[in-house]
Design a protein around this ligand. Structure first.
Ligand code: FAD
Ligand code: NAD
Length: 466
């Protein structure tokens, strides 16, 4: 039986990064992936294909609605959905083959097939050529997550779909009902809204992206309404039915009255759940909690010494970069190092247009904790760069400690804020004050100037350009 120092189960961003870091640290490493392609949810049916379609649809939307403002006339503009999907697939293929290259480069042995624990140090892989059993001194579980749904809204993958099917539709829906106004609903809803679908988001909470700072949801909904979105808040979806030609969604409003929505398709995007099917956790004795997450301690070790778990299958934000940080962390723990992850400083991004990005505390969290804070905001429309490119929606909001001026949270909505948030993460990792940010030079004209101006507004209300 082949022996390894580290066996990683699952090749998503958590698993493949854990394997690369383990190999860098000199461990004999293997990775097991049940599908033919490496990269997990993120690369195959998540982050990468959704961003490819978001970019393509954004080009179409701009060409249709904004190019004439720039003096560019386009006529007879058409969408070739098949070509758009083909491009998305080629982006996915390039990215997943990049992971295969990384495995080879780092001399990591790859096994394709379902991995199942036989005991606490042995895993059987059901490969296409038969079962192979391997043994590991350390095993890292990185099996990720799958779409969640509630009774009555089971996806049939035909008209009642999850993100996976929404990433490969063969037609542009005339009408699409999205159950859940979280990240997936708004990103994939945006793709089809831009291509011409009427989108109705039915959301249980009283705003979209309800877990982010409230200002973000308010601002975002204003722009999305113009893109063809309708929002139904305080509606709890009870039932979704395929009527043959379309779908029927039944929800209860605030007064418990039944409200029915009809459309061609229904995207169920009410969260994701940890995935451990077929893993044989019971044979290794690994515990899961009532939410199905594998239980881990501060070192991301499960209740069984030598078995670790990372990414979507454990507690915390279901984000690719969180999974990656945990992959590096566990490999370094196994190597006897003392790594650290600051979970409060893992940024969250929604890739709508405008994008939304955030790190640290929301204003609602600070209020709930009774912290004394101050707020500095700056609107994108006051920036020369925003006016030059025509992307004037959004703002940057900085929350800082009232007494010490330490930055506690940064919330942004606007063009390219998915990239801008990195500045806030760096500042907060180094425990910068709003004054520190306000005194750093920011290139002109850029969207980044809004960060400096919001910091000036937060220090003692002295923004320079408004
Ligand atoms: P996964 O990526 O889910 O990988 C787990 C892998 O394990 C899978 O390949 C699976 O086949 C394999 N596996 C499971 N069980 C076994 C077994 N027993 N044997 C062998 N292999 C097994 N996050 C972001 O940060 N940014 C984004 O823009 C973003 N966009 C998203 C868009 C969509 C539509 C979706 C659905 C998700 C998105 N996410 C995004 C979330 C992100 O995809 C996940 O947080 C991330 O993939 C989690 O990584 P992971 O390594 O924990 O698991
Ligand atoms: P989510 O948790 O972001 O949003 C789910 C929404 O559904 C919530 O707003 C919730 O109030 C609502 N909801 C729940 N039950 C409902 C009901 N019965 N009726 C109406 N509304 C209901 O979940 P998601 O959008 O499915 O995304 C899943 C995960 O994938 C997220 O945790 C996210 O981290 C990850 N993801 C991240 C990105 C990104 O980083 N850009 C993109 C896509 C997905």
């Amino acid at each position: 039986m082949e022996q390894y120092d580290v066996i990683v189960i699952g090749s998503g961003p958590g698993g493949y990064i854990a394997a690369v870091r383990s190999a860098q640290l000199g461990f004999k490493t293997a990775i097991i992936e049940k599908y033919d392609k490496l990269g997990g949810t993120c690369l195959n049916v998540g982050c990468i294909p959704s961003k490819a379609l978001l970019d393509s649809s954004e080009h179409f939307f701009k060409a249709k609605h904004e190019f004439t403002d720039h003096g560019i006339n386009t006529s007879d503009l058409q969408v070739d959905l098949a070509k758009m999907m083909e491009r998305k697939q080629s982006v996915v293929d390039q990215t997943t083959s990049g992971v295969a290259y990384l495995m080879d480069k780092n001399k990591i042995t790859t096994y394709h097939g379902l991995g199942t624990f036989e005991s606490k140090d042995t895993v059987k892989v059901a490969t296409a050529d038969g079962d192979v059993t391997i043994q590991g001194k350390n095993i890292i579980i990185a099996t990720g997550s799958k779409p969640n749904f509630f009774p009555g809204m089971e996806p049939d993958k035909d008209r009642i779909i999850t993100s996976t099917e929404a990433l490969q539709l063969k037609e542009i829906p005339k009408k699409l009902v999205v159950v859940g106004g979280g990240v997936i609903g708004l990103e994939l809803g945006s793709v089809y809204a831009r291509l011409g679908s009427e989108i109705t988001v039915v959301e249980f909470a009283d705003s979209i992206i309800p877990t982010m700072d409230r200002t973000m949801g308010k601002e975002l909904q204003k722009v999305l309404k113009k893109e063809g979105f309708t929002f139904k808040y305080n509606h709890r979806v009870q039932k979704v039915e395929n009527t043959g030609k379309g779908i029927k969604v039944t929800a209860l409003d605030k007064k418990d009255q039944e409200v029915v929505f009809e459309a061609d398709y229904c995207l169920v995007s009410v969260g994701r759940k940890p995935y451990t099917d077929g893993l044989g956790l019971e044979k290794a004795g690994v515990k899961v909690n009532e939410r199905g997450q594998i239980e881990t301690n501060d070192h991301l070790q499960t209740n069984i010494p030598g078995i670790y778990a990372i990414g979507d299958v454990v507690k915390g934000a279901m984000l690719a970069h969180k999974a990656e940080e945990e992959g590096v962390f566990v490999a370094e723990v196994i190597a006897g190092q003392k790594p650290h992850i600051n979970y409060k400083l893992i940024p969250g991004v929604v890739y709508t247009w405008p994008e939304v990005a955030a790190v640290g505390y929301t204003e609602e969290e600070l209020k709930a904790e009774g912290k004394d804070y101050k707020v500095g905001s700056f609107p994108m429309r006051a920036l020369g760069r925003a006016r030059a490119s025509g992307d004037i929606n959004g703002l940057v909001k900085i929350l800082a400690d009232k007494e010490t001026d330490e930055v506690l949270g940064v919330h942004m909505i606007g063009a390219r804020v998915a990239d801008l948030i990195a500045e806030a993460v760096v500042a907060m990792e180094y425990r910068a004050s709003a004054e520190d940010i306000s005194r750093m030079s920011h290139a002109h004209p850029t969207y980044a100037e809004a960060v400096k101006e919001a910091a000036l507004a937060a220090t003692d209300n002295r923004p320079l350009n408004i």
